[in-house]
Design a protein. Sequence first.
Length: 144
Amino acid sequence: MEELRFECQPGCITCCDRYGYVYLTEDDLRRISAFLGMTEAAFEAKYIYRTKNQVRMRKPRKSECHFLLKRADGTGGCTVHSVKPVQCRTYPYWPELIEHREVWEHEATRCPGINKGEKLIQIGTALEIAEEMKSAYPWSYSWR
Ligand code: SF4
Ligand code: SF4
């Protein structure tokens, strides 16, 4: 691949509403708790599940993420958008999605912003963003 096209679609919440976990870095945890006006300890007690290597959001009962706003018309957004976790900010430029065209095209069936918009992203730029994913979640990429 030499270049990619992507433009997040207004009101779309497909990726936030998809089954899966939202993992955080320690920096994500600090930024989001500050944004919410909470101490890190209070934020962690309320929203975080931590294991030896991983920090992830707990899930609320009827949603995939505590910070996902879902409107009755099916649109919505992220209520911590300006400080959202690395995995949310870098999607869809994840290593596993951009390394092969067929994987990218398959992801386009799940994300309506892929292959949309005028802006072309050079593969070098996308790979730099993907490196941020590898640094943020090394346990997830250690096998690659
Ligand atoms: S699924 Fe794609 S278009 Fe929709 S919110 Fe996520 S990144 Fe944006
Ligand atoms: S933190 Fe925001 S962008 Fe990330 S999954 Fe939750 S609602 Fe979506």
